[in-house]
Design a protein around this ligand. Structure first.
Ligand code: NAD
Length: 527
């Protein structure tokens, strides 16, 4: 009989489901020494956020196969320690989407009908009927930034309230949006035209301060902003200035740059509605998380496929020894190509060449490459187990092939990525232990895959190199290395630069304006 230990309070239905397959003990708030003893003999452990599943607990376990987090974040679990011991870590990333979407609708009404502020006024003994004139939602335009799980649920609910819906999400196709009856627009149009804007993107280097002074200045003066995604996607300082200056009508925030928000001036403003990061906190979301992990635990213990795995699979040691050196190459090629692609990725073609064809389980390299390709753009933790599943569920066609034919190196990986607006081919190899790109769209180069990389395609004519270098100089960006490749004289050249400082927006803009430059791409290779 399998043994399951539930360490934090989870919904009763989840526990009932677990009891159907094994001896399930619910032991909440156990002291560490008792937990250390109990974990030795269990097959599965379930936690929420209170119990810290540390390396010493994991190392004490003798038959543990799975650690389940009944929720999204796994910060309280030492995932690398679990991975080292071949223990799966699973979570329930879908469970709170409806809860957050409903919270957004609540915040929307609280803002437009001044519910929070009028509640405070009446409770303080005032009857300010004339002060709280609201606006109706019906017919207004809702702009959704990030049309993923939560964004989609918000859209469905908003339409039922008579709102028109537009969305900005560079990784979603027109067709997928059309099926939801949503118009995809660029960020600038969304900011300029929406009456209410709601944000549902993950916090990544790309989305940090996605909404700052410039974006707020594009919004209508009677528009509202709602953020239930992550603090840091909105620049709070800029938001505070915009709200104080009545540049926008109001904002609702469930998430903050620092949580809890202490001495945050936004909390003082009348036109701001705040909640303490409770978007996902509903009984149903907790039940759904408990049920999801319970059924996933059953799958793990019965050897069936599992959907939401956070860490790596177990693989036979000999194959892993052969594959391991190529894992960073695969992940970095994916991370590089995704940053050179524009629009939603639709097709990925991977060709393994030369010595690689003789290695088993190349699908681990494919999964690792997909992980690199996807994890900059999604909230859910992407790993080698769930990457192919996530790619499929986002409509990305993945084609793998092998050939013994190589160009120059004993092993080569060719990655072709088709996206809605671009099509790119990068070829990489492992030089010693170092992943390198050896060609981009048939331009021969030699590029270690690290640091900050800028690709500039420009007309092959005298003076271009100087013009480009001077833009970097004028913006105090130091060029570490520079190489130029071309296919034929007088055509298009590809310049590849490594830079020591982050590429700033003004520098990027200036570069794009240089006469003769066709395109500029920037790739940050560090996670
Ligand atoms: P998701 O991964 O399903 O969707 C994210 C979407 O953002 C994707 O469609 C992706 O294509 C898009 N995206 C990525 N980068 C973008 C960019 N630069 N511009 C526009 N779109 C971009 O995530 P989700 O489950 O819908 O979660 C959305 C957010 O909500 C996350 O930040 C998550 O942490 C947060 N969240 C908050 C709570 C809460 O309690 N307030 C609860 C759960 C989730």
């Amino acid at each position: 009989m399998v043994k399951i230990l539930v360490c934090d309070r989870i919904d009763e239905d989840g526990i009932k489901t677990l009891r159907s397959i094994g001896e399930t003990e619910v032991a909440i708030g156990l002291p560490k020494d008792e937990l250390l003893k109990k974990i030795q003999n269990v097959d599965a452990v379930v936690v929420r956020s209170a119990t810290k599943v540390t390396a010493d607990l994991i190392n004490a376990a003798q038959k543990l196969k799975v650690i389940a987090r009944a929720g999204v974040g796994v910060d309280n679990i030492d995932v690398p320690a679990a991975t080292r011991k071949g223990i799966l870590v699973i979570n329930a990333p879908d469970s709170s989407s409806i809860a957050v979407a409903e919270h957004v609708i609540g915040l929307m009404l609280a803002l437009t009908r001044k519910i929070a502020i009028s509640n405070m006024s009446l409770k303080s003994g005032k009857w300010e009927k004339g002060k709280f004139l609201g606006v109706e939602l019906s017919g207004k335009l809702l702009g959704i930034i990030g049309l993923g799980r939560i964004g989609t649920q918000v859209a469905l609910r908003a339409k039922a309230l008579g709102l028109r819906v537009a969305a900005f999400d560079p990784y979603v196709t027109e067709k997928a949006a059309e099926e939801l009856g949503i118009k995809l627009v660029d960020l600038e149009t969304l900011l300029k035209e929406s009456d209410i804007i709601t944000i549902h993107v993950p916090l990544t280097p790309e989305t940090k301060y996605l909404i700052g002074e410039k974006q707020l200045s594009l919004m209508k003066s009677n528009a509202f902003l709602i953020n239930t995604s992550r603090g840091g996607v909105v620049n709070e300082k800029a938001l505070c200035i915009a709200l104080k200056g009545k540049k926008i009508a109001g904002a609702a925030l469930d998430v903050f740059e620092a949580e809890p928000p202490i001495e945050n001036p936004l909390l003082e403003l009348e036109n701001v509605v705040v909640t303490p990061h409770i978007g996902g906190s509903t009984e149903e979301a907790q039940r759904s998380a408990a049920m999801a992990v319970a059924s996933e635990i059953i799958n793990v213990l019965q050897g069936k496929p599992v959907r939401n795995v956070v860490n790596m699979p177990i693989i036979d040691p000999e194959t892993l020894r052969k594959l391991e050196p190529f894992l960073p190459l695969a992940e970095k090629l994916g991370r590089f190509a995704t940053q050179l692609s524009e629009g939603r990725i639709t097709e990925v073609h991977i060709t393994y060449c030369g010595e690689l064809v003789n290695i088993e389980q190349l699908n681990l390299l494919t999964s690792t490459l997909l992980k690199g390709l996807l994890d900059r753009i999604l909230t859910q933790p992407i790993n080698v187990i769930n990457a192919p599943f996530v790619a499929k569920s986002r409509g990305i066609k993945v084609i793998e092939s092998k050939t013994e034919v190589v160009d120059h190196f004993p092993n080569e990986v060719i990655l072709k990525v088709k996206a809605e607006k671009t099509e790119i081919e990068v070829k990489g190899t492992l030089l010693g232990k170092e992943p390198r790109v050896i060609s981009i769209d048939e331009y021969k180069i030699d590029l270690p895959l690290d640091g900050r990389i800028v690709l500039v395609s420009h007309l092959d004519r005298p003076g271009m190199i100087g013009k480009i270098a001077s833009v970097f100089g004028e913006h105090s960006i130091n060029i570490a290395t520079m190489q130029v490749g071309r296919k034929e004289p007088g055509g298009i050249q590809l310049m590849v630069l490594k830079i020591d400082h982050p590429m700033s927006e003004p520098a990027l803009k200036a570069l794009k304006h240089v006469d003769g430059i066709k395109d500029v791409d920037v790739a940050e290779m560090e996670v």
